[in-house]
Design a protein around this ligand. Structure first.
Ligand code: SF4
Length: 424
């Protein structure tokens, strides 16, 4: 029996790095410190695995890996306007190689942030963002605001490890040293942890944030977005009076009406608050390495997502080169999906186009996208069956461990083989 310590969890953007994984006779038999979803990922890693498949006479048929790779190379070689998409659940070397491949074949390349925190990036490009690490929140934050997110169910250990109950350098009594506020359109499990729940009308976050800016500047405010003026004034005072405040926000801001403008006004509110105290704002990133996908694309192409190489150099234009838009307009003629399941998340129109064109899927598990693919290439599970680097939601890179052997190739080796095939 081997016990691997300080294992980094490859599930959500928290990248908890204190897991213990017990391996007996090559099988994972137990985990410690993992939340329920993480434990399930480790214990069930061998279930529902993909195999090398090709579509023959309309059916996915198991073939040798070499045959699947050869077909993938042929599809990419013939394509005039291919798309590479996904990358948020793989490691940084695979992300780098996917970008190299995109440049080589003149593809558009996009990651899943275009349908989650893309608006956050646009807003930060517009006006900058005062950010901090999870460790700073644990050690210093006495006011934590969750806005349009539900960490109690989506980032399960975030509240206990970083933001609500942990004891830190200046928060030695844990929750007693912190005020927790939850702003959302409905009560969730996160509201139950909060000292104050503020119910905002759906799609009215921009107005509430703008009004908070007005209150922070000391002007009179009225009832806005279903929130009484008294609550707005009290929240503005709490924000100004805290020693170290933080707003964590989720898709309730980025994917509701207003999108990047919601985030823009939230970033400006935090900038205003820094006239009074220390205040920061951070996105709750979902997939374990979606932050890495943005960072790797930025340090290789200059842009974080929605990049097109058809002119031989990187062009950035969300909306024009985002995967969902390219597919919905029926513009791309082949797709390579890496470590992602767009059919489960994209519009029906975009998914239908994926079914029409030759789609290659590289994924450890069977997914909705692989069921309509022309080629399926199985890969090793990053952080369990192969190592690699991932970026935590606050931009801190951490090393993922390999804890069991497998017969599957890591994404990076599959991409190297495809690149070699195209060169040949
Ligand atoms: S909170 Fe996220 S990173 Fe931490 S153990 Fe759970 S799934 Fe893994």
């Amino acid at each position: 029996m081997t016990v691997y310590k300080n294992v980094v969890c490859p599930f959500c953007g928290c990248l908890c790095d204190d897991l213990e994984v017990v391996v007996e006779e090559g099988r994972i038999t137990d985990t410690k410190n993992a939340c329920a979803v993480s434990r399930s990922k480790f214990l069930n890693h061998a279930k529902d695995r993909a195999k090398p498949y090709l579509r023959k006479n309309g059916q996915l048929t198991e073939v040798a890996l070499g045959e699947a790779l050869e077909r993938a190379v042929g599809i990419l070689k013939r394509a005039d306007f291919p798309l590479i998409y996904g990358l948020s659940s793989t490691e940084t070397d695979a992300q780098r190689l996917a970008i190299e491949l995109a440049e080589m074949i003149g593809a558009s390349i996009d990651n899943t942030s275009s349908v989650c925190h893309g608006p956050t990036i646009l807003a930060a490009q517009d006006c900058g963002a005062v950010k901090c690490t999870l460790g700073e929140v644990k050690n210093r934050a006495d006011l934590v605001i969750f806005w349009g997110c539900n960490p109690a169910e989506a980032h399960i250990r975030h509240p206990t490890r970083y933001s609500v109950t942990p004891k830190g350098l200046f928060t030695q009594e844990g929750k007693k040293n912190r005020t927790i506020v939850h702003v959302d359109v409905r009560e969730t499990k996160t509201s139950r942890m909060a000292d104050l729940f503020v119910k905002v009308k759906p799609g009215r976050d921009y107005e509430l944030l703008s009004t908070l800016r007005t209150a922070v500047k000391g002007y009179e405010v009225g009832d806005v977005a279903g929130v009484p003026s008294k609550t707005i004034r009290e929240l503005a005072e709490k924000m100004k009076e805290c020693k170290f405040g933080v707003i964590y926000f989720g898709l309730g801001l980025t994917m509701s009406s207003g999108r990047h403008m919601n985030v823009d006004v939230a970033l400006r509110l935090v900038r205003d608050l820094n006239d009074h105290t220390k205040f920061t704002i951070n996105p709750m990133r979902g997939h374990f390495n979606v932050t890495g996908a943005n960072d790797v694309m930025t340090w290789t192409t200059g842009y974080p997502y929605s990049v097109n190489f058809s002119r031989g150099y990187p062009n950035y234009n969300p909306g024009e080169f985002s995967a969902v838009d390219l597919l919905a307009r029926g513009e791309c003629d082949a797709a390579l999906v890496i470590a992602s399941d767009p059919v489960a998340h994209f519009s029906a129109q975009a998914s239908k186009h994926l079914a029409r064109i030759p789609t290659i899927v590289i994924d450890p598990k069977i997914s909705a996208t692989s069921l309509l693919a022309e080629v399926v290439i199985p890969s090793a599970l990053v952080g369990i069956e192969c190592d690699g680097t991932a970026y935590r939601m606050d931009g801190v890179p951490l090393r993922l461990k390999k804890v069991v052997d497998s017969d599957f190739l890591p994404d990076r080796e599959i991409l190297e083989k495809i690149i070699e095939g195209l060169r040949a």
